[in-house]
Design a protein around this ligand. Structure first.
Ligand SMILES: Nc1nc2c(ncn2[C@@H]2O[C@H](COP(=O)(O)OP(=O)(O)OP(=O)(O)O)[C@@H](O)[C@H]2O)c(=O)[nH]1
Ligand SMILES: [Mg+2]
Length: 431
């Protein structure tokens, strides 16, 4: 049976990643010419298999992120927070009073296993000079480095920063535990305390230290892994996105933690840019002269892609349960905020067939309009055009609904977090 390749782990969605085009057929990497030739020769099975191969390749583009820095600065906490994993999760990098690792440890993203965060030993831990350290950790395989410090950037940090840049690798400097530093200053300064001014002073101090040690134009991001949506993690995300080559940008965006509406919107755009590929696959399959094959492919595509949306937006059952306990909101109350039929559900073939049946009337109207745009390229029977438009409009519709649900859940989570945070601050003030 022809199905799209999913994740190794059956609980994970497929890695649906990375084409940046939403304008229509541009299957350059998928050997557009080969597909056209296969279609001209009426070898639709071959066209399906080339398209599937293309999707497999683009969905598995690797992204390797190295996290390094001195001992105890919060590297493992960053690795977990970035992957949206609690420190207590069995997949978490061990935190706190553990023996510091001497070799790079790989931590795959729970939803996108092609994205790996690497917890690297700090340069001071290994006793290697900077150039040997880079060889020791096999620097070539990393797309970029994140160098973390919880206080001043040390001489070792500066040496490593210079070496990373010398090797032509991207480097992002993170000053961690900002929440902790701010609390300390607030306690000391009491009514004189000014958060913005304190943040500026910390940033200037870090930059001065780095420049003093020969690191040219350092940009430092002030981050709290306890509150990723606060301070400068969002700015760090945006800078990473900008500096990555375009074919990896979508990979990064999908792997980002859902900390604000802007992340949800970017994920929606990446998902949206991929829809026509699935619709195209469905259309080509519709032309395969084997009874039932198109339907089998359509349902398989929809199951995989909808699951991908749920996991990507944090609307799968487990993410909602986590959100419920983190925000102290009953699960039913969260569910009542969701409009899309598949939010919070386990998407199965049977479920998709039901969704298709209930959506069919609305879809047919849209199908006629959308279909006419694509028929010339596909150049195959009307059944194929209908298949294309059904998949296309069905996915567009559900993606829109799911992104609204995801925004609502993020808003709820942030409100819950703000409340917990202000209670914590009040408790600190009283103690
Ligand atoms: N308040 C606060 N605590 C943090 C933050 N990041 C890390 N921590 C705490 O700092 C301690 C050390 O964190 P780790 O993530 O284990 O640090 P590490 O750099 O991996 O440590 P080693 O692997 O031993 O080098 C833990 O108790 C974390 O909870 C943060 O942003 N804010
Ligand atoms: Mg660690």
């Amino acid at each position: 049976m022809l199905i799209l390749r999913g994740s190794e782990n059956s609980s994970c969605p497929p890695n649906v990643v990375s084409s940046t085009s939403s304008k229509g057929p541009d299957l350059k990497n998928a050997k557009e010419e080969d597909i056209k030739k296969a279609i001209e020769n009426k070898d639709f099975l071959l066209a399906v298999s080339i398209t599937q191969k293309y999707l497999e390749n683009t969905n598995n583009i690797p992204l390797n992120i190295a996290v390094t820095g001195g001992s105890g600065v919060g590297k493992s906490t960053f690795v977990n927070a970035f992957r949206g994993i609690y420190d207590t999760d069995e997949r978490a990098a061990p935190i706190g009073e553990v023996e510091t690792t001497m070799t790079p440890e790989a931590y795959p993203h729970p939803t996108y296993p092609n994205v790996t965060l690497w917890d690297l030993p700090g340069i001071g831990t290994t006793k290697f000079p900077a150039d040997q350290y880079m060889k020791h950790v096999e620097f070539e395989k990393f797309d970029f480095f994140i160098l973390v410090s919880a206080d001043r950037f040390s001489e070792n940090d500066a040496k490593l920063a210079k070496e990373i840049k010398k090797m032509g690798k991207k480097l992002f400097l993170v000053r961690s535990k900002i929440d902790h530093s701010l609390s300390n200053v607030q306690r000391r300064q009491q009514t004189e305390y000014d958060e913005e001014k304190t943040l500026q002073e910390i940033r200037k101090y870090c930059i001065r230290e780095l420049e003093g040690q020969g690191v040219a134009s350092p940009q430092v991001f002030l981050v709290s892994c306890k509150d990723l949506h606060l301070y400068e993690f969002p700015a760090l995300q945006e800078t990473m996105e900008r500096e990555l080559p375009s074919h990896k940008r979508g990979v990064l965006i999908l792997a980002l933690p859902n900390i604000c509406k802007s992340t949800i919107n970017k994920k929606k755009e990446v998902f949206r840019s991929q829809i026509w590929h699935y619709a195209f696959l469905s259309a080509t399959a519709a032309a395969v002269p084997i009874p039932g094959i198109s339907f089998m492919i359509d349902v398989s595509i929809l199951v995989k892609v909808l699951q991908g949306y749920l996991f990507g937006f944090g609307l799968d059952k487990m993410s909602l349960e986590k959100c419920s306990s983190a925000t102290n909101t009953p699960l039913d109350e969260l569910r009542a905020m969701l409009n899309c039929n598949c939010s919070g559900k386990v998407v199965t073939k049977e479920f998709v067939i039901l969704m298709l049946k209930s959506a069919s009337v609305a879809l047919i109207g849209l199908a006629a309009e959308e279909g006419s745009r694509w028929i010339p390229f596909i150049g195959i029977p009307i059944a194929a055009a209908l298949s294309f438009t059904t998949i296309y409009t069905f996915l567009r519709h559900n993606l829109n609904e799911l992104s609204v649900d995801a925004e609502n859940i993020v808003t709820k989570a942030l409100a819950g977090h703000a409340l917990a945070f202000s209670n914590l601050r009040n408790n600190e003030r009283f103690n």
